[in-house]
Ligand binder design. Structure first.
Ligand code: ACO
Length: 333
């Protein structure tokens, strides 16, 4: 949805961080009954990064945030709000945004985690946009950060081949005069009726941590892969279409699409439904895997830093995640 507004919002800087350690498909062959060829063909993933022992979601978020602040020519002292999207927080309480705030030495601003799974970063950008458009805040740090390998069961071949650890960040600011980049619109959705497609059952009020949780592996994610696949294609295609209709634009006017990086075949199907050539779709899944809330900001940052995405271009972000959440955000970068 978009806006009656006083100010315009722009992304002033992006950053990303991937931990050093790499887990390849060939290494996964030793853990579960799978093969490098199967994983590549079905997902487009060859390897993924894994946080080291003692490295937490807030640490990945810290590195990505510092890089985004540097590009935006801001310091932690400039931050007016921190929004951190994650499904793998450092702990349930306090929120990881507060831990990040302390690590950054940021002011005592509002700091909040967003639980919208893989759509979390797009949700965060939309919330930041609203606060900037209506005036009270100027610089909001939006982060997607995950250490998923600690909530994945490396005996479950359905899930363990997919996920990796990463963080990405953006500094969202009020556009000054002469800066024509702007967030045009966002369209966010959730459909709780199909929330059973992707769950992490243990550790909440339904299944508090107990021997039962551990005996039944409820501390790990579980999913219905084929159903997720179908719904991912449907919801992301719809959200992209909604963005175009709202802004009275055609797919030709979009320079880049950055979809959630869950699976190369999902991405290709979205491009086909949406009617945009794959040359305009940024794909960064091969060496990262699915990093949930981090995929969109990491992919955005990579394309900005290597010069694919230029200022003035129209960029469409779209995501889909557990919940089932989904959405799109269209901007002139
Ligand atoms: N290695 C080898 N074989 C496997 C593996 C594996 N890792 N996993 C499943 N198989 C087998 C299945 O058991 C099945 O065997 P069967 O035919 O004997 O029953 C066969 O491969 C085909 O299984 P499918 O489930 O039909 O395979 P599909 O082509 O659908 O690919 C996949 C599975 C990759 C999980 C796909 O469905 C997918 O990517 N879904 C979306 C998953 C996803 O994105 N999840 C997260 C989204 S939400 C978020 O990002 C937070």
């Amino acid at each position: 949805m978009a806006h009656t507004s006083t100010y315009r919002t722009r992304i002033a800087g992006t950053g990303s961080y991937l931990p050093e350690k790499i887990l390849t498909n060939v290494e996964l062959e030793k853990l579960v009954d799978t093969s490098d060829a199967w994983i590549r063909e079905r997902t487009g993933i060859a390897s993924r990064h894994m946080a080291a022992d003692g490295e937490f979601t807030s640490d990945l978020a810290f590195h990505a945030s510092m890089r985004a602040l540097e590009m935006a020519e801001r310091t932690p002292a400039d931050i007016d709000m921190i929004l951190l999207a994650t499904v793998s927080p450092d702990q349930i309480m306090p929120n990881t945004a507060c831990v990040l705030q302390a690590k950054l030495g940021a002011p005592e601003c509002m700091a909040l985690d967003i639980s919208a799974a893989c759509s979390g970063f797009v949700y965060g950008l939309a919330i930041a946009d609203q606060f900037i458009r209506t005036g009270p805040l100027k610089n909001i740090l939006v982060v997607g950060a995950e250490v998923l390998h600690r909530i994945v069961n490396y005996k479950d071949r359905d899930t363990c081949i997919l996920f990796g650890d990463a963080a990405g960040a953006a500094v969202v600011t009020r556009a000054e005069e002469g800066q024509d980049s702007t967030i045009y619109s966002h369209h966010l959705h959730a459909d709780g009726k199909i929330s059973d497609l992707f769950v992490l059952p243990g550790g909440g009020s339904v299944h508090p941590i107990s021997q039962y949780v551990l005996d039944n592996n409820l501390q790990y994610v579980r999913m219905k892969g084929r159903e997720i696949f179908k719904n991912a294609v449907r919801t992301m295609s719809q959200a992209c279409q909604e963005a175009l209709e709202y802004n009275q634009m055609s797919a030709d006017q979009v320079d880049w699409v950055i979809p959630h990086q869950a699976n190369i075949r999902i991405i290709e199907a979205v491009a086909k439904h949406f009617g945009i050539p794959m040359e305009k779709v940024v794909v960064e899944i091969e060496d990262t895997g699915n990093t949930s809330a981090a995929t969109v900001p990491v992919t955005l940052d990579r394309a900005v830093r290597d010069g694919r995405i230029q200022r003035g271009q129209n960029v469409l972000l779209t995501a889909f995640g557990a919940g089932i959440t989904s959405g799109s955000l269209l901007m002139r970068f």
